[in-house]
Design a binder for this molecule. Structure first.
Ligand code: ADP
Length: 228
């Protein structure tokens, strides 16, 4: 679960990036975070990842209080999250297989398990035929799917995707969104940061709108209006 209680973030230069944001995202939710440039989306993401601490307020993710978390506990906390970066951040000198396997190697998983899980997730994102290709031999959409496989391989309960449909053609966008829906269907929380308003409307999920650091709107998906 993700719970922000009156979270504000002021950077050292005095910029107020988030102001008094309170929101709860229960396990298994699918949430879009939208808002214009400078609204605070990246800052919120950094807080969720434990890369930045709130200036005031409390942020809890998967049972960790991220304002107070000890440095040595951060790697354990991070394993509960999968993050798909907008620019993929694949290692150019590693094959697709090794890029995905890397996330398991760093936490010392045994080779046999690594092989099993990497193949499973390459199949999941429909890339088993490209396992021995290098990132520069893949299309942008395929690279993004490798990044998703890498985010999923350690079985996180929350997956955050930053602009997963930017620079994508409509087919690539639908492919990626359908995969994220599939991830959500097995009970994982999915958070998608997006500028793509048409796509956000089409998927009819909960939408958090940030504006100038404030949570301007928390729009439940149609049909859920009566839920508390
Ligand atoms: P978004 O991702 O929605 O574009 P950001 O979270 O990047 O918004 O930015 C929110 C505000 O915080 C902006 O005014 C931005 O200039 C400022 N900001 C972001 N990062 C920093 C930083 N490291 N230091 C100072 N100000 C920052």
């Amino acid at each position: 679960m993700i719970k922000l209680s009156n979270v504000s973030k002021v950077y050292p230069n005095g910029t107020k990036a988030l102001s008094d944001v309170s929101v709860t995202i229960p396990d298994g939710d699918f949430v879009f975070i939208i808002g214009p440039n400078g609204a605070g989306k990246t800052t919120l993401t950094k807080l969720l990842l434990g890369e930045e601490k709130p200036t005031t307020g409390k942020i809890e993710v998967n049972g960790y209080d991220l304002g107070k978390i000890k440095k040595r506990k951060i790697p354990y906390f991070r394993r509960t999250l999968g993050f798909v970066f907008q620019d993929h951040r694949l290692f150019p000198n590693m094959t697709v297989f090794d890029n995905v396997a890397f996330a398991m190697h760093v936490i010392g998983e045994p080779n046999k398990l690594i092989k099993q899980r990497v193949w499973r997730f390459l199949k999941y994102v429909n890339l088993e035929n490209q396992a021995y290709h290098y990132p520069n031999q893949l299309s942008g959409g395929e690279q993004r799917r490798v990044a998703l496989a890498r985010a999923l391989v350690n079985n996180p309960s929350i997956v955050i995707a930053d602009e997963p449909t930017s620079n994508s053609d409509p087919i690539m966008s639908v492919e990626m969104m359908e995969l994220l829906k599939k991830v959500n269907d097995v009970g994982k929380t999915v958070i998608v940061i997006s500028h793509d308003i048409k796509m956000v409307k089409y998927y009819n999920k909960r939408v958090l709108t940030l504006n100038d650091g404030y949570l301007a709107d928390d729009h439940k998906k149609a049909g859920d209006e009566d839920e508390v």
